[in-house]
Design a protein around this ligand. Structure first.
Ligand code: NAP
Ligand code: MG
Length: 402
């Protein structure tokens, strides 16, 4: 069989622990037999990040921006314990944080649905994708404990020295205070990413805030989205047969639970943090969530939503064959290959991505899956090791490719 050819390389970011082991197996068993894989390889494993003083992460992020499509393995974000474990020079920053600050985008998270594993919410038939704004609000806050009586004010000092003041509260006793901010530029790029992603997925876009209460702050988000829609995206949405819909966050929550799914739900930073965990859990498992960072410059970075599955890795190091779920990582690869195929006009590569996903879901439908899924599966299920699961996927993929 002739292997499928690629024209532009994918930016490949290798990672840590159990997911690094799965990464190599996915390539060897499920991709390289069929595709003449071209990648620009960056080793983001913690050891190599430390050796390069984290330069490798920055280089990878720049390559991701230059080439446009990248695929990333889960990586360790160091803490004190990891500093000791890996004898690190420094507590390096989260690679995802570094990549996001270079690409400046929005993270879209969507569950992978498969027959036999049913969402807790019975009405959900199609995936719900959460688009989370990744800048500002409570994640960049300034907080203060108020010791006792006094006046709290919001003061903005203009460059020319003029002040704008608002009284927040006249405290009669102790309490707490918090200052948050956001930027028109960041909200605008969030909105662009959401509109573009909705068009590329051909799904409706919902957006929700609490603008009835927050008449300036949240309302700015709403205005930016609505203005951009009217001026730049309305026509394309109408042509694609999709809609943009704004509603209050509490109304959105009620509608989401009653819906069939099949749309993108754009959320402010905190709402997106909370709602994505709710949606992931209600759909089944974190090991079945895909994640893609879409930048306003049109770059795409694909990954799994889960971490490096440390507990399984320690068992692997002891020589045990683990049953770690590779599905979200496989879908990161298929997502990246499909996007590369789309941008380079390579229909064979796109078809390959579809078949890789189909072979994965068919294997689960046939009752072969990792143990975490076997526990959720309604029907006869065999919980197997990652290796056996991937070989079963490989066999189905070979048959589809003939
Ligand atoms: P985790 O790696 O997602 O694992 C948490 C637990 O969830 C696992 O112990 C396992 O439960 C289950 N799980 C997650 N993914 C699974 C899979 N594919 N198959 C089977 N079970 C799975 O989260 P963590 O333990 O909090 O973090 C571990 C490391 O990952 C940390 O160093 C963190 O910095 C890093 N991390 C990286 C990213 C990223 O790169 N995007 C994201 C999150 C965390 P059982 O042990 O009960 O089987
Ligand atoms: Mg969270």
């Amino acid at each position: 069989m002739n292997k499928i050819q690629m024209t532009t390389p994918l930016v490949e970011m290798d990672g840590d622990e159990m997911t690094r082991v799965l990464w190599a197996d996915i390539k060897k068993l499920l991709i390289e037999p069929f595709v003449d894989l071209k990648t620009e390889y960056f080793d983001l494993g913690l050891k190599h990040r430390d050796e390069t003083d984290d330069q490798v992460t920055l280089d990878a992020a720049c390559a991701a921006r230059e080439y446009g499509v990248s695929v990333k393995c889960a990586t360790i974000t160091p803490n004190m314990q990891r500093m000791e474990e890996y004898h690190l020079k420094k507590m390096w920053k989260s690679p995802n944080g570094t990549i996001r600050s270079v690409l400046d985008g929005t993270v879209f998270r969507a569950p992978i649905l498969v027959d036999g594993i049913y969402p807790t919410v019975r009405t959900w038939k199609k995936p719900i994708t959460i688009a989370r704004h990744a800048y500002g609000d409570v994640y960049k806050n300034v907080e203060m404990a108020v010791p006792g009586p006094g006046k709290a004010e919001l003061v903005f000092t203009r460059e020319d020295g003029q002040e704008i003041r608002r009284v927040i509260h006249e405290f009669k006793g102790p309490g707490v205070l918090q200052g948050v901010h956001n930027l028109d530029s960041s909200i605008t790029s969030f909105a662009h990413s959401c509109f573009r992603f909705a068009l590329s997925e051909r799904q409706d876009l919902w957006f929700s805030t609490k603008d009835t209460i927050s008449k300036t702050y949240d309302h700015r988000f709403r205005d930016i989205f609505e203005n951009l829609y009217e001026t730049e995206y309305k026509k394309a949405f109408e042509e694609a047969g999709i809609t943009f819909f704004y509603t209050l966050i509490d109304d959105a929550v009620a509608r989401v639970v009653r819906s069939e799914g099949g749309f993108i739900w754009a959320c402010k930073n905190y709402d997106g943090d909370v709602m994505s965990d709710m949606v992931a859990t209600a759909f089944g498992s974190l090991a079945m969530m895909t994640s893609v960072l879409v930048s306003p410059g049109g770059q795409y970075e694909y990954e799994a939503a889960h971490g490096t599955v440390t507990r399984h890795y320690y068992r692997y190091l002891k020589g045990e064959e683990t049953s770690t779920n590779p599905v979200a990582t496989i879908f990161a690869w298929s997502g990246a290959l499909r996007k590369r195929g789309e941008l380079d006009g390579l229909p064979e590569l796109m078809t390959f991505a579809d078949r890789l996903e189909k072979a994965t879901l068919d294997t689960i439908r046939d009752g072969i899956m990792t143990k975490d899924l076997a526990l959720l599966y309604e029907g006869d299920a065999q919980g197997v090791t990652s290796r056996v699961f991937m070989e079963a996927i490989g066999a189905r993929l070979s048959a589809l490719m003939e």
